[in-house]
Design a protein around this ligand. Structure first.
Ligand SMILES: [Zn+2]
Length: 117
């Protein structure tokens, strides 16, 4: 299998995901694989009720997006680590080789088609 092809794909996506993560959140200083949504900046003294509600909504929305991105980020990181270790493309459940077409569709796939969740 040409792992270089997948490595490139993974690194490309990782770069984009990390950029997105940084735009709406910040890294948890205690755990570098964990992000938290950045609270919207506002002047608490002058903000009215609507403004506070809007900001809360945005914060909650960002938290949800962040969670998705974080999962993807960790999948990508793990896949890259597997390439380093030489275990890339192996189903985490059955230990069988993951179908190449599945890896092309999702280079960070952890399982073969049979064990897709
Ligand atoms: Zn499997």
């Amino acid at each position: 299998m040409d792992t270089n092809y997948f490595k490139e794909k993974l690194e490309e996506e990782l770069f984009l995901v990390e950029k997105e993560l940084n735009s709406i959140g910040r890294k948890n200083p205690d755990n570098k694989n964990d992000w938290e949504a950045e609270p919207a900046e506002m002047n608490v003294d002058s903000a009215d009720e609507n403004e506070v509600a809007d900001n809360m909504e945005e914060f909650e929305g960002n938290t949800a997006v962040l969670k998705e991105l974080e999962i993807r980020y960790n999948d990508l990181k793990d896949a890259l680590a597997k390439i380093e270790k030489g275990t890339y493309g192996i189903c985490e459940i059955s230990g069988e080789a993951i179908e190449e077409e599945r890896l092309i569709a999702n280079p960070a796939a952890r399982t073969c088609k049979k064990h897709m969740v």
